[in-house]
Write a protein that binds this ligand. Structure first.
Ligand code: ADP
Length: 234
């Protein structure tokens, strides 16, 4: 699904050049749940943004569903994002002026889903994340945990193939954090590929595989032990 080879990313300002990612090789299979870990500044968010086609690359190749996308212009990237990728951020990134319902409806407006259909889809996903009773509230009227549930609903309402989550529990207490992790696990079990950046070893345990980064490089990969046992039994 995601096939990255020899990827370089350089940030240039007038004075300095930062090699944010260097010769990254990363393959993510359809249906996989991957956690990306590493110290602050090692390039995790940069990598996630590149996977999400929010940023371009300076070298190497990026195949998404076997199509080379590294040379896509902004219009083609936006098109691919709209239909394939959902984002969940640490700071929720909901639009304060829109209600819960309207926030979740927005991606469907962008993808030209008719109004009646939108209603069905939004309500179904709000039910699923158990926030239907707050549909007419504004984000600021909700707890952090509720806001992140709305953000997950917004990310999944278009039924994306991949969810990219950047420290999705970073602003949540452990109870709400666990709830979000269980939601992501459920989505993964129903076939959605997930790439999650996290600082939390606890959250990383929900993933099938952990990739550890340092100074713009992948230095280690670990498969989840339980999963390995399951694979051996098959
Ligand atoms: P992480 O998510 O692991 O904390 P980042 O991907 O945010 O790391 O950053 C990787 C490196 O790239 C850091 O050295 C950071 O300072 C640099 N960097 C990130 N974004 C920019 C930017 N827009 N301009 C310049 N340098 C950047």
């Amino acid at each position: 699904m995601i096939n990255i080879n020899d990827l370089d990313k350089v940030y240039r300002t007038e004075e300095i050049e930062t090699l944010a990612l260097s010769k990254i090789k990363l393959h993510v299979k359809k249906g996989e749940f991957l956690a990306v870990m590493g110290p602050s500044g090692c390039g995790k968010s940069t990598l996630l943004n590149i996977i999400g086609l929010l940023d371009d690359i300076d070298g190497g190749s990026y195949l998404f569903n076997e199509t080379e996308v590294s040379h896509f212009n902004e219009r083609k990237r936006a098109e691919l994002r709209k239909h394939n990728i959902g984002f969940v951020f640490q700071s929720f990134n909901l639009i304060d002026e829109l209600t819960v319902y309207e926030n979740v409806e927005l991606p469907l407006i962008y993808t030209n889903v008719p109004k009646a259909e939108r209603k069905k889809m939004v309500e179904a996903v709000l039910e699923k994340v158990q926030i239907m009773h707050r549909r007419n509230h504004f984000p600021q009227q909700l707890s952090g945990g509720q806001q992140q549930r709305v953000a997950v609903a917004r990310a999944v309402v278009t039924n994306p193939k991949v969810i990219l989550a950047d420290e999705p529990t970073g602003n949540l207490d452990s109870t709400n954090g666990n709830e979000v992790m269980h939601m992501l696990t459920e989505l993964n079990e129903s076939g959605t590929t997930i790439v999650m950046v996290t600082h939390s070893e606890h959250d990383a345990k929900f993933a099938d595989r952990i990739v550890r980064m340092l100074d713009g490089q992948i230095i280690m990969q670990q498969e989840r032990a339980v999963k390995n046992v399951e694979l051996q039994q098959e």
